[in-house]
Structures are given as C-alpha cells and as structure tokens.
Design a protein around this ligand. Structure first.
Ligand SMILES: Nc1ncnc2c1ncn2[C@@H]1O[C@H](COP(=O)(O)OP(=O)(O)OP(=O)(O)O)[C@@H](O)[C@H]1O
Ligand SMILES: [Mg+2]
Length: 331
C-alpha cells in the first residue's frame, strides 16, 4: 500500500452533515492503528485546516500562500491555474495528531473552482491545459506520495458541500468514497441526487479518458462506494432505543436504491452489497463535545474536559470505522 496510498473522500453535497469532523476523527483512529494519513483540505471554506491548526497559523498560511514558499494547496496549484507551469512541490505540515499530516486549504480554491468547469469542457476538445487543470490536485498528491519521507497509506480529500466541478475531480480521483447521512429528511433525500450525479460524472470521465492525448496524466476515474455512516442521530436513553434502528433501516433502504443500485450498473460496477452490508459504522450526536474537539484541534475522544461518556463512545465508534475502512480497502 505504501507506494500508492488509497485516496478517499467523505462526500455528501448536503452541508453540515459532519464530513470534516468525520475526516479528522477517522484519520486520527487510522493514525492510532499505525496507518499514515495525509489530509488534503480541498474545501475553500478551510474548515479542516481551521480544525487542525490555530487561527494564527491559518492566518499566516493564507497571508503567504501566494508566495513561492507558501504552504497551502493554492501555492502548489497556482502555476497551473495561471497557465504558467506545473504543480509545485509542497511538503505537508505535521499535525498534533499522530501519523496525520495536512496539506492546508485555501479560500482561493474557489477562484480555481470557477475556472474548472471550463477546464473540464476543454478536455472534451483534447486541450492539454484542461487536463492539467482538472488533474492539478491529483498530481499534487501523486508528487507528495512519491517524494515525502512518510509512506502514506491513506489520503483524504475534504470536500465542500456542493456538486461542483471541484468536487467532481476530487471524487473522480478517489479510489473510494464514503457517504455520511445525517438523521434528517433532507439528508436522506439528497442521496438520490448524489447517486445520479456520481453516475454521470463517471460516464463523462470515461468519455474524457478515451479522448485523452497519449501519456497525459489522468485522474484515477473509478470511485468505488465504500459505505455510508449514519450520523448525529440522537439517543435519549433506553426509552428511545428504537429510534436509531428505524433511522438506520430507512437510510439503508435509500442508500441501496439511490446509490448502490445506480452505481452497480456501471462497468466495472462501482458499488455492491446491500445497504446494511455497506454501513461502515455509526456516529451519534456528541453535542458540544464535538464542538469542543474542533476548538481544541483534537479528535472527539481526546477533548479536555467535556462529557466522558461521549469521549469513550467516540473512541470506539471511530476505531471501529477505521477498522472497517482498512478491511474494505483490502478488498
Ligand atoms: N457527531 C457529531 N455530534 C455533534 N456535533 C457534530 C458531530 N459531527 C459534526 N458536528 C458539528 O456539526 C457542525 C458541522 O460539522 P462539519 O463541519 O464536520 O460538517 P461538514 O459536513 O464538513 O460541513 P460542510 O458541509 O460545511 O463542509 C460542526 O459544528 C461540528 O462540530
Ligand atoms: Mg466540511
């Protein structure tokens, strides 16, 4: 696994369903299990970066990301955006979490995203500049994986909440994606759009790949559905013990109909199994302990102060999800 780290994205275009929180906490659990993880903040909101680094450091990074010695994802891809060169080498930053490094995000990624739609279209016309732009972040990860002293096992892209051209290239560059589903009506309804959109992206990519000039660097192009994670359901003790079970069943049905059934029709199939077989774990509502974790820049299980039971439950929940991810990634 060392020469070619697996790339994953936790994706749901619905906002605020816990993508970034899951990414940090799963990475920490993988790190605890001895896996080396690279987090790439590819959301222009930079929430992942703000979670892991102090405000002062983030400020400084953003102030200097346009400089040649800058350290954000924008620093690396800027030359490609300006059509004056290749992706620049970047050394990821260590974080306070064992075995977890970060490529910091940048609000200027939204500028990059604005041009990505046209870049995508120009790939259909076999324009090299288009290919260079849509593969810029992928090429950055490839370069880091090749040159870093750390042999990464996993790379996570943190995606923003939309179905836009940036997320399209991130998903298409992922070996696997994981879908968090929050306990509300809109979150489950969003799954239908998600499945159809992913299918369209994969089919469009197949066309682009077939048109690609020889030798051009390409996205991986086969994002497999690894599974889903029901999120932020509330439990109120024994009396309400049946609430999550009903919620899980509803989500599993939707996951099957809207995502698995749609993607398994593709060749090769990009999803398989049933909704319940594809539940990677579950993450309950940890209330203010989750927010404290974010403020302290630590995984939920390692919050200072806060609810002890939440911390223990978080430790077990994320450990178990990390184990499921390792197992699934071995095929
Ligand atoms: N399991 C949880 N329990 C309680 N609060 C949570 C949980 N997961 C996330 N949160 C809180 O919900 C908010 C949104 O979480 P997060 O930023 O991870 O979502 P997101 O899907 O990444 O959002 P966006 O779509 O904006 O990228 C944050 O305030 C976070 O602390
Ligand atoms: Mg986020």
């Amino acid at each position: 696994m060392t020469s070619r780290p697996l790339r994953l994205t936790i994706f749901n275009h619905k906002g605020g369903v816990g993508k970034t929180t899951l990414t940090v906490n799963i990475a920490a659990a993988l790190g605890e299990q001895g896996k080396h993880v690279l987090l790439v903040d590819t959301d222009p909101q930079c929430n992942l970066t703000s979670y892991l680094l102090s405000d002062d450091v983030v400020d400084d990074l953003l102030d200097h990301s346009g400089d040649p010695e800058g350290q954000t994802v924008w620093t690396a891809i800027r030359n490609v955006y300006e059509e004056i060169g290749e992706v620049a080498h970047l050394d990821p930053l260590p974080t306070s979490i064992d075995n977890v490094d970060l490529v910091p995000g940048d609000i200027r990624l939204s500028q990059f995203e604005e041009s990505l739609g046209d870049s995508w279209t120009s790939c259909f016309k076999r324009k090299l500049g288009g290919f260079r732009a849509i593969t810029a972040i992928s090429a950055l990860v490839e370069d880091i994986a090749r040159h870093s002293q750390e042999a990464y096992d996993f790379v996570f892209y943190d995606a923003g909440p939309n179905i836009g051209p940036l997320n399209r290239v991130l998903i298409l560059d992922s070996d696997f994606f994981i879908v968090p589903v929050a306990c509300d009506l809109f979150s489950t309804r969003a799954l239908s759009t998600l499945g159809q959109t992913l299918k369209r992206w994969v089919l469009d990519w197949a066309t682009i790949e077939a048109l690609a000039p020889d030798g051009v660097y390409l996205l991986r192009g086969k994002p497999h559905f690894m599974g889903h994670i029901p999120q932020r359901f509330k439990t109120y003790g024994q009396a309400m013990a049946s609430v999550p079970a009903g919620f899980f069943r509803r989500v599993e049905k939707r996951i099957y109909a809207d995502v698995i059934a749609v993607l398994k029709e593709l060749r090769p199939p990009l999803a398989q199994g049933t909704g319940s077989e594809r539940r990677l774990g579950q993450v309950k509502d940890f209330s203010t302990t989750a927010q404290r974790a974010q403020l302290q820049g630590v995984p939920i299980s390692r919050v200072e102060g806060g609810n002890e039971s939440h911390k223990t439950q978080a430790l077990h929940a994320f450990r178990s999800i990390a184990k499921a991810i390792v197992a699934q990634s071995r095929g």
